[in-house]
Design a protein around this ligand. Structure first.
Ligand code: SF4
Length: 244
């Protein structure tokens, strides 16, 4: 049984083409800028429990109504926390010819999680910070597992698009951006780097949930920030894409 937070149709930001995105509950990170704190527990009162058959039925219906083909992404954070339940679903989807993306922060290192990564067509991993100490400070966990998973994806030759949230004062330091790109140069299956601008639209959401927002004072990343980051990274390569 999968614990599902929500489902989005016609998504264009979570992998190539237009996709159905299934957002799963559960995350082991505690990002200071988390915009979806309600998705962090694997269980809560709003969770929709969906069986393998429910998910497959939904996918087949989407095809029937909208498209000849359909693409699906399992997202938020962290889909691999439910890897045992996800594995048989991904297996079936692949057998039926679906294009499957896994949007992950890569922290889970179980056998099932690795199987899911092996089966999926494309992985969308986040690197929250390249510096281990700053990573720990920003999300409450080390980046060791994240980097280990990158090694695994290279080893199995699985293509991936990396995402990096550009947060002023936290993740935009020139040295860190250069270090990130130097690290990426050693990767063999990375196809793309997406820089996502941090925005603070969710301050009110956290206030509504009566949660502290440690980055309340941090401004949103603007077009100048993006241009600067892109300029620094482009000194190394052209495979970069900036959203926003
Ligand atoms: S990865 Fe960070 S931003 Fe995403 S749900 Fe987990 S804590 Fe929130």
């Amino acid at each position: 049984m999968l614990n599902v937070h929500s489902i989005e149709t016609f998504a264009t930001q979570d992998g190539p083409w237009i996709r159905l995105v299934i957002f799963l509950q559960g995350c082991m990170f505690r990002c200071k800028y988390c915009h979806n704190p309600d998705t962090i527990p694997v269980e809560n009162e709003r969770v929709m429990h969906r069986s393998e058959d429910d998910v497959l039925l939904r996918m087949r219906k989407e095809i029937e109504y909208f498209w000849k083909d359909w693409w699906v992404t399992f997202s938020w954070w962290e889909p691999l926390l439910q890897a045992s339940a996800l594995l048989p679903i991904v297996k079936k989807l692949k057998e039926e010819g679906f294009h499957v993306c896994i949007d992950t922060n890569w922290y889970v290192q179980t056998k099932e999680a690795r199987e899911v990564l092996k089966l999926a067509n494309l992985i969308l991993p986040d690197i929250k910070h390249i510096d281990p100490i700053k990573h720990q400070e920003l999300v409450g966990q080390s980046n060791e597992n994240t980097l280990k998973t990158l090694d695994y994806l290279d080893e199995i030759k699985k293509p991936y698009w990396i995402r990096y949230v550009l947060v002023p004062w936290y993740t935009d330091d020139e040295k860190d951006l250069r270090k990130l790109w130097e690290y990426l140069q050693t990767r063999t299956s990375a196809e793309r780097l997406e820089i996502l601008p941090y925005h603070n639209l969710w301050v009110s959401k956290r206030e509504k949930l009566k949660l502290n927002y440690p980055l309340k004072w941090v401004r949103a990343a603007n077009s100048e920030d993006l241009k600067r980051a892109k300029g620094l990274l482009n000194e190394y390569s052209e495979i970069i894409y900036t959203r926003g």
